[in-house]
Design a binder for this molecule. Structure first.
Ligand code: PEP
Ligand code: MN
Length: 342
């Protein structure tokens, strides 16, 4: 941490800070410039110290210089994390494709979609069983019945499954059925849920809160990791901006920023991120080109009558079309869509 003193700071102010800091077991180096005095702190500081020091007389500002998320942070030396999902790996240089319906509606809808996305080259099946809806009167998902259908779809296709967990009380039942647990944007800062997921032995895909900065999002990942689960995949899914012509603004800036600041794998959800099926292909390709480790895409056999998110779901045919463009794009970057090392 660096403490910058006010121009009017006295010698007593500086001594008081040195004394306060030494009481925490830290060392100081005082650097006197022509106008400003700066105090550098050496050692591991308690998280509250910066705010406490800023209240002391003569202090202009106290700036922590390390990342506050210790487990999620990437240092120059850190290898990027690889997370195994079924037979595939995310974070190994491949471009993973997760696809399936927004929500599990019935057996036929799920199995038709699952067989199609598997044949077209997806390596993970998505499908919501517990749905976070804006209205309490809307369809809330099939719950445990939906989880059972996802297990059947995994048995039929061999694809591992990802599904959302909404409630800390459901973590065990969702983890018993799914291969990856998804935390939705509306729960991204539900710290009770995040802590509970830290005790779970399945990987977690943490969506970005629609109003969260990158720093806030990484602190959410830190909650899961600090509670014992290192297997966190981050998923950019669009943020709220002043723009209303798309449902959210997909923040592709997040990809290179995250690759610099964290070792965690990065997925992108162009379906929630745009809200329009005709934008999903372009943004999927852009996400992989920008360095995302994978995408998660909504696909439905009859989007026009989907119970949730039909307007942003690809038809089976359009999903196949996406894959025929994504595979050569990934290959041109030396990457495979099949989750194998590259
Ligand atoms: C979803 O994946 O269907 C979903 C609801 O995602 P988000 O939490 O990103 O809105
Ligand atoms: Mn959806």
């Amino acid at each position: 941490m660096i403490i910058v003193m006010q121009d009017t700071a006295t010698q007593e102010d500086i001594l008081a800070i040195e004394e306060r800091v030494r009481a925490e077991g830290l060392e100081t180096r005082v650097l006197r410039g022509v106008e400003k005095t700066v105090i550098a702190l050496i050692g591991k500081r308690p998280p509250e110290l910066a705010e406490q020091i800023e209240r002391m007389p003569g202090v202009f500002s106290a700036m922590p210089i390390g990342e506050p998320f210790k487990l999620a942070a990437r240092s120059e030396a850190t290898e990027r994390s690889r997370i195994q999902i079924g037979n595939a790996t995310i974070g190994n240089g491949s471009a993973m494709v997760m696809a399936g319906p927004c929500t599990v509606e019935n057996r036929d809808q799920l199995l038709t979609t699952a067989r199609h996305v598997a044949a077209a080259g997806a390596t993970v099946l998505r499908g919501g069983a517990f749905k976070p809806r804006s209205s309490p009167y809307s369809f809330q998902g099939l719950g445990v019945e939906g989880l059972k259908l996802l297990v059947e779809a995994r048995e039929t296709t061999g694809l591992p499954v990802i599904t959302e967990v909404l409630d800390p009380r459901h973590v065990d039942v969702v983890a018993d059925h799914a291969d990856v647990l998804q935390v939705g944007t509306r729960n991204a800062q539900n710290y009770v849920l995040l802590r509970e997921l830290g005790t779970c032995e399945k990987p977690i895909m943490l969506k970005r809160g629609m109003g969260n900065t990158i720093d806030e999002w990484l602190m959410c990942a830190e909650y899961i990791m600090a509670s014992g689960n290192p297997d966190v995949i981050l998923c950019e899914r669009g943020i709220r901006t002043f723009e209303t012509s798309s449902r959210f603004t997909l923040d592709l800036n997040a990809i290179p920023l995250l690759r610099r600041r964290t070792h965690l794998p990065i997925a992108v959800d162009p379906s929630q991120g745009t809200g329009h099926w005709f934008m999903v292909e372009a943004l999927s390709l852009a996400a992989i080109a920008a360095g995302a480790d994978g995408i998660i895409v909504e696909v439905h056999p009859t989007p026009d009558v989907a119970l949730i998110d039909g307007q942003q779901s690809l038809s089976l045919e359009n999903f196949s079309g996406l894959m025929t463009k994504l595979e050569p794009l990934a290959a041109s970057l030396g990457r495979s869509t099949q989750g194998v090392d590259s």
